[in-house]
Structure formats: structure tokens, C-alpha cells
Design a protein. Structure first.
Length: 512
């Protein structure tokens, strides 16, 4: 792999003010936010269908921060809806064409909204502008210095870690991510800042709507094969995402991922052509455990199940750090955070000091409780690579007598496409319990092609004890009868399997 261009990136830190090296004035956070408000959002009325979603609610708050008017609806009441109403949104419960005001300028829809939704049908009949969540997110990011974090795995953790470090360093940032940052108690935030941090999801090529100043690619693997034809098409989409980085921006890329290397080659080829046409080159900086990466880790040591290591940048020692979230995959996430922060103008020594203060995200190797010698965790892993990484981290951190993994497959199509990889990924669990597959956006045909019992049989064929138990209550009853002191139970998956952990914990509290 060719060594990336390491020219100095313009310091965009809003705290510094003054002029950058290109002569462009760098305004402070308040001036930047004011400038955004002047770009015609003030007074515009947006109607959100599905306003209670994590991303949708964050987007609504950021629009209101820019003096827009937000109304909308959601199927069910929630704390998220209550919070939106408290800051000035008008959110109705239930979907009805009557919810749609004639003064609406644009309608924003979540991915879950179907064409037969009465509000969406009415909006189309009235000729209103309709935007998907990702389209509106991209339009809003264009008004800021965007930082978009992509990858098959690790987006939420890396985004949350970066936001936490920025805030602790005194740099407020607007952000919308897909999980709650435990220490901040939120998955979104608004600030008088020119920074906007967001996850960049590859499904439906939605991340192509984002044109960030800093784009990060953590890894690229097969996933969402209900949408993409094959792995090559996924890599191509990530390449288009990287090429959408703003001129003179930077791409932070995993320097040890084979598919990411293909994207970097695409950038080299396309940007060389652009340079001939006098278009600015996009800088690339890599991170990884290999010394050939621009940002890399050395002297890695495991202490009480957590890692400490030294961080180097272009061969120069930046300093020592440690992390408080388990797993070797989180070393890579930490290096990505350092690389992004340094390229955004923050002091490297300060970031290294702040890294250990981050304690994790909601449903990411989340400790739910200890009851005597029994530990209960909850984790979002729903892809074979994530399952392997999480189980390895669990064994390193907790060293349990036995690991009971209660795994809820997410989507029939994903389970079928990656069946062999799923079957192999549970080798570090002593017992794997599988309920029925969580239904999201699959077709009825997909449901007929695979079931949870087939996955259980494949796991057993790979030498791991596994059983199918239909129903969360029945799973809890099995755990009550069979888990003993020194064991660890982890509920795992992107659906609602966390309910098993909660129910089991309620029983433990009364019986420990």
C-alpha cells in the first residue's frame, strides 16, 4: 500500500479563531452556529413521521437549534417524544393525515415508514417535499464541519468515544448517533459549534448523502446482503462515500483491512485524475496495529482484562494511554478516535489522557449487574465478526467459569446469507441459546428459507452446545434452573433480546 499523503490538515478547532494556514478565517463556535442559522432554516416547518426514533429525534432537535419549527407523529408515546415536546416540538401520537399542517415546508420520514402511511400518502397528494432521514441528515451536515464515521462494525462506539473526548477537551459538538452514550445519557446533542458528528450507515447507500470534512472508515465486511449484490458492491459504495469527502478534507481509514485498502486505492486513482483538473486532493491517514499505519499502537499490554499501549503518529511517539472498554477491537476504535481528533486540531497528549475516561455505550458489552459471582451483560453484536470480538473480550475481561450467550438473530436474510459464519462465531461460548429470528424488513419468502433451529443445528455441528428455546419467558426459566455461581450470562443481538437480561436480573435480585 502506498503511504498516504501526510500534509498538515487545516486546524478547524473552533476554540482557536484567527486564520488557518490557507488564509481562510476560522470563526468561533457561536459565529459558526449563527452562520448556519442564516442559511434559511429559520421559520421553516418540518413534519417528522416516526419522530421517536433515535436518529429522527436527534435530527429534529438540531433543526430546532437552527430555529426551524418541528411537528410530527409517532406510533407510540415514549420518553424521547416527551423530551422533544418539552423543547418545542409538536408531536402527535398515532398516524393520521390530519396531523399534517398545510404550512408544512418538508416532510422527513424514517426508514420504517411504509408507503401506505396516511401522513406520507397525504404529503404526496399535496405535493410536499419529502426527504428520507439520511437525506435531511446530509443536508444539515453540509452546514457544518462534518465528521462522519462509517464501517460494518464499531460506528456507535467510535462516535460516542470521540464525542466524549471532544466534550471533555472543552470542544462542544453537535451529534447524532445510533446509541446512547452512557456518560452523557443521550444519543444526540446540539451545541453552538461548527462540528457535527454522525454515524454513516451503508444500508441503502444512505451514507452517500453525507459530505463530511472528516470521513472515517473503520472496516468493511459483508452485510446487508438483502440490499447489496455482493462484497464488491459494498466496497464500491464505501469508495463513493470516501470520495464525497469535502475538498482538502481527510479520510481516516483502517490500514489493516483488505477491503478498506481497495477504497484507498480508489481514492488514489480518482484523486490523481482530479489533481490534473486542479481539484484538491483528499488526504488519507491510516490507523492500525502495524507500524506502517500513520497512527499505530505498540507495547500493547493486558492489565486486568483491559489494554494499555503506546500511540505513534508517523513514527513519532505521541504517548502512552489505556482504555476502559474491553477487547482488541477497541484498541482500533481508540486509534480511530485519536486520528480523528488530531486531524480536527486537538492536542494529542490531551486526547490520550481522556481516552480511559470513556466507559462505553448502551448495549455495547454493557455490564447490567453482578449478583454474587454471577455476571449479566448485554451486547448489540449481531454480525459474526462482532460476536467473535465480543465473546473474546468477555473472556479476557471477566474470566468466567462458563459463558451463556443468549443470541437473537437479527433478520432472516442476514442469518441465511451468513449462516456458516454465524455457526462458527460462538466457539467462545459454553452454551448458546437461540430464540426465533427477529423480524425487521424481510419478505415472507425470506422467512421460509431459514429459521433459528437451523442455526442451532449448525452451531452444534461446529462443536458448541446450543439449543433453541422459543419465548423470552422460557429462556429465563432455563437460565434460572441452570446458571450457577461463577457463570456469566450475555444477551446478544440488535433486536429486543435485552428484555431477557432485564427479566433475569429481576429474578436474581430476589434470589441471590
Amino acid at each position: 500500500m502506498n503511504q498516504p499523503n501526510t500534509q498538515t490538515y487545516n486546524n478547524l478547532d473552533s476554540r482557536l479563531g484567527g486564520n488557518d494556514k490557507s488564509g481562510v478565517k476560522v470563526v468561533d463556535g457561536h459565529e459558526a452556529a449563527t452562520a448556519c442559522k442564516e442559511l434559511s432554516l429559520a421559520g421553516k416547518k418540518f413534519h417528522f413521521i416516526g419522530a421517536g426514533g433515535i436518529g429522527m429525534s436527534g435530527l429534529a432537535q438540531l433543526l430546532m437549534k437552527n430555529n426551524a419549527i418541528v411537528a410530527g407523529s409517532d406510533q407510540m408515546p415514549s420518553d424521547v417524544i416527551t423530551a422533544l415536546c418539552q423543547v418545542g416540538a409538536d408531536i402527535k401520537i398515532g398516524h393520521s393525515a390530519e396531523n399534517l399542517s398545510p404550512e408544512t415546508d418538508a416532510v422527513v420520514i424514517s426508514a420504517a415508514v411504509k408507503e401506505d402511511n396516511p401522513e406520507l400518502k397525504s404529503a404526496r397528494q399535496r405535493g410536499y417535499k419529502i426527504q428520507k432521514y439520511a437525506q435531511m441528515l446530509g443536508e444539515l451536515m453540509g452546514r457544518y464541519d462534518g465528521i462522519a464515521i462509517s464501517g460494518t462494525h464499531g460506528k456507535s462506539t467510535t462516535s460516542g468515544w470521540l464525542i466524549h473526548c471532544l466534550q471533555q477537551a472543552g470542544v462542544e459538538a453537535n451529534f447524532i448517533i445510533g446509541a446512547k452514550i452512557n456518560q452523557l445519557g443521550s444519543s444526540s446533542g446540539v451545541a453552538d459549534s461548527r462540528y457535527f458528528v454522525a454515524e454513516a450507515c451503508e444500508y441503502d447507500r444512505s451514507f452517500l448523502n453525507l459530505k463530511p470534512k472528516i470521513a472515517c472508515i473503520l472496516n468493511i465486511e459483508q452485510d446487508h446482503l438483502d440490499y447489496y449484490k455482493d462484497e464488491d458492491e459494498i466496497v464500491e459504495a464505501f469508495g463513493e462515500f470516501a470520495l464525497g469527502t469535502k475538498p482538502d478534507g481527510v479520510v481516516i481509514a483502517n490500514g489493516q483491512d483488505a477491503n478498506v485498502a481497495k477504497v484507498i486505492s480508489m481514492l488514489d486513482a480518482r484523486c490523481s485524475t482530479r489533481i490534473q483538473n486542479r481539484v484538491s486532493r483528499i488526504k488519507v491517514e491510516t490507523f492500525g496495529l502495524d507500524e506502517n499505519c500513520n497512527f499505530h499502537a505498540e507495547n500493547i499490554a493486558l492489565n486486568d482484562g483491559l489494554y494499555a499501549f503506546d500511540v505513534y503518529h508517523n513514527g513519532e511517539l505521541l504517548g502512552a494511554t489505556r482504555i476502559s472498554v474491553p477487547g482488541t477491537h477497541n484498541i482500533l476504535n481508540a486509534l480511530a478516535v485519536v486520528a480523528i481528533a488530531v486531524n480536527a486540531g486537538l492536542d494529542s497528549s490531551q486526547i490520550l489522557q481522556l481516552l480511559p475516561e470513556f466507559t462505553g455505550m448502551d448495549r455495547r458489552l454493557m455490564l447490567k449487574g453482578r449478583f454474587g459471582e454471577t455476571v449479566v451483560l448485554d451486547d448489540y453484536a449481531h454480525h459474526p465478526t462482532e460476536i467473535r470480538a465480543s465473546l473474546a473480550a468477555i473472556r479476557q475481561r471477566y474470566q468466567p467459569r462458563r459463558v451463556w450467550c443468549v443470541f437473537q438473530p437479527h433478520q432472516y436474510s442476514r442469518t441465511r446469507f451468513l449462516l456458516d459464519d454465524f455457526a462458527e462465531s460462538f466457539k467462545l461460548a459454553d452454551v448458546t441459546i437461540v430464540p426465533e429470528i427477529y423480524f425487521v424488513r424481510d419478505s415472507q419468502v425470506a422467512k421460509k428459507e431459514i429459521n433459528a433451529q437451523m442455526l442451532v443445528e449448525r452451531i452444534r455441528a461446529n462443536g458448541t452446545q446450543a439449543l433453541f428455546i422459543d419465548g423470552f419467558g422460557a429462556i429465563c426459566d432455563y437460565l434460572k434452573r441452570n446458571v450457577t455461581s461463577g457463570d456469566l450470562v450475555v444477551t446478544m443481538g440488535a433486536g429486543d433480546i435485552w428484555k431477557v437480561a432485564d427479566e433475569y436480573i429481576q429474578w436474581l435480585r430476589g434470589n441471590s
